[in-house]
Design a protein. Structure first.
Ligand code: FE2
Length: 180
């Protein structure tokens, strides 16, 4: 494959210092790199900013820009809150449940656990800029992966045809939930 793994996904933050505190102290990521520019390197546009990176165990990062002079919102405020989010994988369901307790002890409001198709189970919360974050644990046997992969184009085709799930039984074997 051309694309080896996630390098980074970048978002805008309200305050770089608060963001560093949250991602290092609350989530335990490594504050691995910070760059400062008055002009955007790719376009040359004037925008004094700091670009900060937080590294996970596999070397992949979540990154942020604090851009005080630029217009616009920190995130898309017109879409529902749950849509745009960033998900971190954790080791196991046990680790996920302990993380929920730890985050709540640190004063965060945590939603979940939520089971998604017996594929993953997740919890949700927000960072100091209002970005939705997810911690997720794999909950299915590896034998399910080829089944999910073979099913995906059929799921897409039915969606493309109907744009609702009134006929979901055809694929998922149930009017609600997933029975395969
Ligand atoms: Fe997600």
């Amino acid at each position: 494959m051309l694309c080896k793994r996630l390098h980074h996904a970048a978002y805008r933050c309200l305050d770089a210092k608060d963001t560093v505190r949250f991602y290092t102290e609350v989530l335990g990521l490594k504050f691995s790199h910070a760059m400062g520019e008055d002009h955007v390197p790719s376009t040359g546009l004037y925008s004094p900013h700091i670009h900060i990176f937080f590294q996970m165990e596999d070397g992949s990062c979540i990154a942020f820009f604090e851009c005080p002079k630029d217009p616009g919102n920190i995130k898309d405020k017109d879409s529902p809150d749950w849509i745009q989010h960033f998900a971190f994988k954790v080791e196991s369901l046990e680790v996920l449940m302990q993380a929920k307790k730890d985050l709540e002890l640190k004063g965060l409001e945590v939603l979940g656990p939520t089971n998604h198709d017996d594929f993953i189970t997740s919890i949700y919360f927000f960072d100091p800029s209002g970005h939705r974050l997810e911690l997720t644990a794999d909950t299915c046997e590896k034998t399910m992966y080829p089944i999910f992969e073979a099913e995906a184009p059929k799921v897409l085709a039915l969606w493309d045809e109907t744009h609702d799930w009134s006929q979901r039984e055809k694929i998922f074997g149930s009017k609600s939930g997933y029975k395969r």
